[in-house]
Design a protein around this ligand. Structure first.
Ligand code: GLN
Length: 540
């Protein structure tokens, strides 16, 4: 039977619960344990697939095609392990299941209630991760203690403590200890109240992780220990990291967090193996150079909308021991020629995925600029589609070429819906999702980047595809379809051969990039950007 660690958050949101959980995952793997990770989201959407990036940030996609919370991206990047459909569920999914069972008559005439029906369903979903050979399951509860919608989730994890015994279950509470400038001191009261709220529900945390902008004195930690009823050595400090989020596992391990877990679960394991991780942090802290890369997206102001893209770009830099300075540009602003000036100063330009019309023409202008000026270009999903449109319009002379997503009446629909998508009415979970195989053309840049592999597997999340009616015409003018689905029907990668580096992919490679294993395409793209940037620096 696996042991459970439940991670809750208090006082405010955005404390970095996902990163903390992911770091813990890394430490337990370093201890040689077999782990699983889970994110529970108490909101009512069935999954985040239909939520706006303003509400939710990035939608992360797993190999088995689940549209999930972006914290799963942190989990995969920190642990190096794939997540799955089972690794994220929402209150909406739980209610949906319970109501489906009720309609089916599964409850035999009973009155359906929050306790036990909803809580039982939550526990069922949690325990689904307890597969053979799993030692520890790390479960993060989304939201903040005190949220009404989170109550059934807290009740469910309390019940697991009762069912499995406190030796097999651990509760970790992440809280905020603010520094009040006017008083010149940190305040423990919000943490005390948040823990009091948890204890009211029947959960007594075993560990308190304190997010703080300043160092906590022993006196403050003693106070937190006393008022929150947590042993002094289990009051862990989590200050903002200095250089990179990847420092976090090291910061937590230095304070003995993984040791505390071993003691609680009576697991005898040697100290966590973290050599590779230390080396990674060292490379980030001491880069050999810096390269600038522009990301031309719809939401330049949203930090979370392109989370995995930004991370994967940094990983690409790490592969060359370079720091990447990411220049975030709003595609809309590039619709005037002025915006293009910035583009001339960067090593490479990436156009990420997206939906809808806003900023489309700016993206196309940026791609044209890259194609004509030999600037390394990497287009992802919508980025590939825009590259195809740009090429069709300006090289093949197909005036009005477009995607039917934006112009259903386009005279040249070079990007369009596949037949199986045309009947789809619901928006949720109906895109082409998850891992799909792709064959690479021998001798292409794509094949070179992937180290000569003939077949790869990458994750998708889109409805529209390159229109096969135009494939030959595009190729005849130099846009090479270098990645194709095994049945030959879908264009997955396009590239230009007479260009330093110009590649678009229909899938989302960013989801599979990890700091210890940078994605081959990001590695190749950032490499090309570094190559371009040095003459630029010499010129200025
Ligand atoms: N909107 C495009 C489609 O649905 C691209 C999606 C994406 O970039 N993820 O095909």
């Amino acid at each position: 039977m696996a042991k459970y660690i439940f991670i809750t958050g208090g006082v405010v949101s955005s404390l970095g619960k996902g990163l903390t959980s992911a770091s813990l995952g890394r430490l337990l793997i370093g201890r040689g344990l077999n782990i699983r990770m889970l994110k529970m989201d108490p909101y009512l959407n069935v999954d985040p697939g239909t939520m706006s990036p303003y509400q939710h940030g990035e939608v992360y996609v797993t190999d088995d095609g689940a549209e999930t919370d972006l914290d799963l991206g942190h989990y995969e990047r920190f642990t190096g392990q794939p997540t799955s459909k089972k690794s994220n569920f929402t209150a909406g999914r739980i209610y949906w299941e319970v109501l489906r069972k009720e309609r089916h008559g599964d409850y035999l005439g009973g009155t359906i209630q929050m306790i036990p029906h909803i809580t039982d369903e939550i526990k069922l979903h949690i325990r689904a991760l307890d597969e053979k050979g799993v030692d520890v399951i790390l479960c993060e509860v989304g939201g903040t203690v005190g949220d009404i919608e989170g109550l059934t989730f807290l009740e469910a994890i309390r019940q697991i403590g009762l069912e499995d015994g406190r030796d097999n279950v651990m509760y970790i509470h992440l809280t905020y200890v603010p520094f009040i400038k006017a008083a010149g001191e940190v305040k423990t009261k919000p943490s005390q109240q948040s823990v009091a709220k948890l204890r009211e529900i029947g959960i007594a945390p075993d560990v308190l992780i304190c997010r703080s902008e300043v160092q906590l004195s022993d006196d403050v930690r003693k106070k937190l220990s006393l008022f929150c009823n947590v042993p002094f050595n289990a009051v862990i400090e989590e200050q903002d990291v200095q250089h990179t989020i990847y420092e976090l596992p090291l910061v937590l391990s230095e304070q003995g967090l993984d040791e505390l877990i071993m003691v609680h679960f009576r697991l005898a394991r040697p100290p966590a193996k973290l050599q590779a991780w230390r080396k990674l942090v060292d490379t980030i802290v001491h880069p050999e150079g810096t390269v600038r890369i522009a990301v031309v997206g719809k939401y330049s102001e949203l930090q979370d909308a392109y989370k995995s893209i930004f991370e994967a770009i940094h990983h690409g830099g790490l592969a060359h021991r370079h720091r990447v300075e990411i220049v975030k540009l709003a595609a809309e602003e590039l619709e005037s020629a002025r915006g293009l000036d910035t583009l001339a100063t960067v090593g490479g330009i990436l156009v990420p995925g997206g939906f809808g019309e806003r900023g489309i023409e700016g993206k196309i202008a940026a791609i044209k600029f890259c194609r004509e000026n030999g600037i390394p270009f990497f287009g992802i999903c919508l980025g590939l589609q825009m590259a195809v449109i740009e090429f069709a319009r300006h090289v093949c002379g197909l005036e009005g070429a477009h995607t039917t997503e934006v112009n259903p009446q386009a005279p040249h629909p070079v990007v369009c819906l596949m037949a199986e998508q045309e009947q789809v009415q619901d928006l949720g979970a109906t895109m082409r999702l998850g891992a799909w195989p792709c064959n690479l053309r021998l001798g292409s840049r794509a094949a070179e980047a992937y180290g000569g592999s003939a077949c790869i597997s990458e994750r998708h999340r889109h409805r529209y595809e390159v229109n096969n009616r135009y494939r030959a015409q595009l190729e005849a003018r130099g846009l090479v379809p270098s990645g194709i689905s095994p049945d030959g029907k879908l264009v997955e990668i396009v590239e230009l051969q007479k260009h330093p580096w110009f590649l678009g992919c229909q899938f989302h490679p960013e989801f599979k990039s990890q700091p210890l294993a940078p994605h081959p395409l990001f590695q190749a793209f950032v490499g090309a950007a570094i190559h371009r940037q040095y003459p630029l620096i010499a010129e200025s």
